[in-house]
Design a protein around this ligand. Structure first.
Ligand code: DAT
Ligand code: MG
Length: 149
């Protein structure tokens, strides 16, 4: 069984555009396991910690306004690297068709979904967005048996 953990989030535009189910389905249908799920409008302080590395970038104020503009759907999933591949590039116009961003959006500032870029950032992001008791530990044996060899 896989023990990876990553942080996936449907951003406010994805929620407004009713893409939550489609995005979650991408991961579920490939056989990744959902381990945490919540909907919330992120407080400013959380967003500032989450995107701390980008705080000096010119687009940071716009990014904060966008990310705080409505509810997001946060997910924990047992995937990291392949999650980024499924997401596509930061700029949706550079994302291959078939990826989430390549299929659902066009603007970097409205790129519908987040996925952690490494195991280290996944751990940091999961800890920021979820309490320990909000993550589920379970085995879906029947499913796992048919997804992994
Ligand atoms: P990603 O979301 O692909 O991990 P990132 O972590 O570098 O990309 O940046 C986080 C978000 O910030 C990104 O999804 C959209 C916004 N962003 C990044 N670079 C940008 C840019 N050059 N112009 C506008 N927004 C940008
Ligand atoms: Mg990132």
């Amino acid at each position: 069984e896989r023990e990876e953990r990553t942080f996936i989030m449907v951003k406010p535009d994805g929620v407004q555009r009713s893409l939550v189910g489609d995005i979650m389905e991408r991961f579920e249908q490939r056989g990744y396991k959902l381990v945490g799920l919540k909907m919330m409008t992120a407080p400013k302080e959380l967003l500032e910690m989450y995107y701390h590395e980008l705080r000096e970038r010119p687009f940071f104020p716009k990014l904060m306004a966008y990310m705080g503009s409505g509810p997001v759907v946060a997910m924990g999933m047992d995937i990291v690297a392949q999650g980024r591949a499924m997401l596509g590039a930061t700029d949706p116009l550079k994302s291959a068709p078939g990826t989430i961003r390549g299929d659902f959006c066009q603007a970097t500032g409205r790129n519908v979904c987040h996925g952690s870029d490494s195991k280290a950032s996944a751990a940091r992001e999961i800890a920021l967005w979820f309490r320990d008791n909000e993550l589920s530990h379970y085995t879906n044996d029947h499913h796992t048996k048919w997804v992994y060899e």
